[in-house]
Design a protein around this ligand. Structure first.
Ligand SMILES: NC(=O)c1ccc[n+]([C@@H]2O[C@H](COP(=O)([O-])OP(=O)(O)OC[C@H]3O[C@@H](n4cnc5c(N)ncnc54)[C@H](OP(=O)(O)O)[C@@H]3O)[C@@H](O)[C@H]2O)c1
Length: 321
């Protein structure tokens, strides 16, 4: 099968498409023929060899040479211990090495939303699970709450705006000029163009702040938080070559010590229940995938390069074609 391989850390040019052996399915796994995948910052950090990524995957060169996490495709074979899926089912889920024509998956695989194409379903896993867990589990979002989403126009942000609306919140999205209309069309009640207005100085207050962009300091963000607000850190700038977005996390955690607001950083985890939860939101017409562009697997370099620029409008999808 064809798969994306990288044998050294670096810029997207380290990615190569190679023919490798199709994975062997175990009794507790399903074999999925992948139709589409999508690109996330996690792959960017793994590929560039951010120091903290290297600690888990080889200091000098990557031990795990495969990339990708999100997939949508069709079940081709089912292990004898699997009871929830059958051959031919259209599924989506998460599995490392998903930039490939096949993956073997144990847990994080479930029927895909029936109203989504494979491309639209492949956009979902990392980004929408992150948005869901950030808002619901860590932000404990409630109907009627005022929610600010800083970074409302990228992969995580486009789902976060819609999921927050689905939970009945009053949503303010922060993005740049070219994305204002999209954020509005996704249901944001208010949209702040960060190139024209400083959201930390407009006098409004929020109950929940989902910080996807990590573009502002704690001192600035605190100005817009109600005393009992939750501040959920999702990500931050890629600029620190040692620890990447974690530098923002550390700065905020230290600066917010003693504050009345609850500050939390989390790493999203795939689980079948959340995929099923999202499926209902999609099938109920509450949320949709926003796809910026689609590249075939042979253009993974371009897909990754574009993501690395940090201004994707929704998701960047890869098709196996
Ligand atoms: N904690 C987790 O489990 C988890 C999971 C997934 C992702 N993440 C992190 O979340 C972050 C975003 O991921 P993503 O996949 O959504 O990235 P993405 O698709 O590349 O989107 C980034 C978005 O950030 C916006 N942005 C850039 N500068 C901004 C600013 N100053 N103010 C407001 N928005 C700004 C961009 O919009 P404009 O073009 O309008 O500037 C762009 O749409 C990354 O740091 C990633 O590492 C964390």
């Amino acid at each position: 099968m064809k798969a994306i391989i990288y044998t050294k850390y670096g810029t997207p040019e380290v990615l190569e498409i190679q023919d490798i052996e199709k994975p062997a399915r175990k009794d507790n796994e399903v074999l999925v023929k992948v139709h589409a995948s999508s690109v996330n910052s996690a792959e960017w950090h793994a590929m560039t060899g951010l120091f903290i990524a290297r600690t888990g995957n080889g200091l000098v060169k990557p031990k795990n040479t495969r990339l990708g996490a999100d997939f949508a495709g069709v079940v081709e074979a089912v292990g004898k211990d699997i009871t929830h899926l059958k051959v031919g089912d259209e599924v989506y889920g998460g599995r490392s090495g998903a930039f490939a024509e096949y993956v073997c998956v144990r847990n994080a695989v479930t029927p895909k939303p029936a109203n989504l194409t494979f491309e639209q379903a492949a956009a979902v896993p990392t980004a929408a699970i992150t948005a869901l867990q950030g808002l619901r589990d860590y932000g404990q979002i409630q109907p009627g709450q005022k929610v600010l989403i800083n970074g409302a126009s990228g992969g995580v942000g486009t789902y976060a705006v819609q999921i927050a609306k689905a939970f009945g919140a009053e949503v303010t999205g922060v993005c740049s000029t070219r994305n204002v209309d999209t954020a509005r069309s996704l249901g944001a009640d208010h949209v702040i163009d960060y190139t024209r207005e400083d959201f930390t100085r407009n006098g409004r207050r929020y109950d929940l702040f989902l910080d996807i962009a990590g573009s502002r300091s704690w001192r600035e963000c605190r100005r817009v938080l109600n005393p009992q607000a939750k501040f959920v850190i999702v990500g931050g700038p890629k600029t620190n070559r040692w620890i990447g977005p974690l530098s923002h996390v550390i700065k905020v955690r230290l600066a917010s010590l003693g504050a009345s607001q609850k500050v939390v950083f989390f790493v999203a985890k795939f689980n079948r229940e959340d995929f099923a939860f999202l499926r209902e939101l999609f099938e109920g017409g509450k949320i949709k995938s926003v796809i910026d562009r689609t590249h075939p697997l042979s253009e993974a370099v371009e897909a990754m390069r574009y993501l690395g620029e940090g201004h994707a409008q929704g998701k960047v999808v890869i098709t196996m074609g």
